[in-house]
Design a protein around this ligand. Structure first.
Ligand SMILES: C[S@@+](CC[C@H](N)C(=O)[O-])C[C@H]1O[C@@H](n2cnc3c(N)ncnc32)[C@H](O)[C@@H]1O
Length: 265
């Protein structure tokens, strides 16, 4: 088991890094706007991390409750510190995983997943659990990065190599989904999907720290240079180009997320 202080330092760094990325503030606001939360709602934030979404929601559901869940002790410690600094009464966090939610059935009005779905280990199980803890008519809102659906063998191979690079950092169960796969997972668990919308954001020669998962995208690029140079041009066309400018590595390209909005039937 990792040292608790190491996990805490890593979570602090994560929190600082993501709070400097305007695109993530933008995605958070899109999710909140789509949520249509009532002031007294009970909301579950699955994969809450350092509590960014829960904190933003706490004033939206001022008479309700937000519960964040995450397996990472360091993330939860940072979230608890932020909750305490801001004296928030209606947001709390617990340790656990999406695949086995420690809550009774049908207790939440809504569940949110902000950039967490692709980290889960058993995705079907997680969606089934989220469905179980929602009341009938309850909403699930998810924003998650995607890879584009491969159109041919080269694109399929490219996607596999990108995932391979991300697995080095996040472990063997890490995977990206396509828009259609996400829709199918929610429908298969008993949700009616109201919206499944691709959100694209361009990055015009930005520093790597400004691009979500920028370091991992660079690892994917380096893996391709080494193992499959013939796919580099395709990668640059569909995802990112890395160049050194004035002694600094910069990124140009586009990244895509999917917003899923679904209702428990
Ligand atoms: C990229 S972070 C996003 C955190 C937060 N939602 C945000 O937007 O700032 C992904 C989070 O998912 C959590 N996570 C990983 N596996 C999980 C699982 N099986 N169940 C719930 N959360 C999980 C990680 O610990 C991490 O905090």
């Amino acid at each position: 088991m990792e040292d608790e202080d190491y996990e805490y330092q890593r979570a602090l760094q994560f929190d600082r890094r993501i709070s400097r990325m305007p695109v993530l503030q933008h995605l958070t606001q899109i999710l909140i706007d789509e949520l249509e939360a009532g002031a007294r709602d009970k909301i579950l934030d699955v994969g809450t991390g350092t509590g960014r979404l829960g904190i933003a929601l706490s004033s939206v559901v001022s008479g309700g409750v937000i519960v964040g869940i995450d397996p990472d002790r360091g993330m939860l410690r940072v979230a608890r510190e932020k909750i305490s600094e801001r004296k928030l009464q209606n947001f709390s966090v617990v340790q656990g995983v999406a695949e086995s939610l420690p809550f009774p059935s049908e207790v939440f009005d809504a569940a949110c997943l902000l950039l967490s779905f692709h980290h889960f280990s058993v995705h079907e199980r997680a969606v089934a659990e989220i469905c179980r803890v929602l009341r009938a008519g309850g909403q699930v809102l998810s924003v998650d990065p995607i890879l584009e659906k491969p159109a041919d063998e080269a694109e399929e191979r490219l996607n596999r190599l990108i995932e391979k690079a991300f697995k080095f950092a996040h472990g063997p169960t890490f995977r990206f989904f396509t828009e259609a796969e996400l829709r199918g997972l929610y429908e298969g668990a008993g949700f009616a999907v109201e919206r499944c919308q691709v959100l694209s954001f361009p990055f015009r020669w930005r520093k790597i720290e400004e691009v979500p998962m920028g370091a991992h995208w660079l690892q994917a690029y380096e893996l391709l240079l080494e193992d499959a140079p013939s796919l580099v041009e395709l990668f640059e066309r569909k995802y990112f180009t890395f160049r050194e400018r004035f002694g600094e590595l910069v990124v140009h390209g586009e990244m895509k997320w999917v917003l899923v909005k679904a209702v428990k039937t």
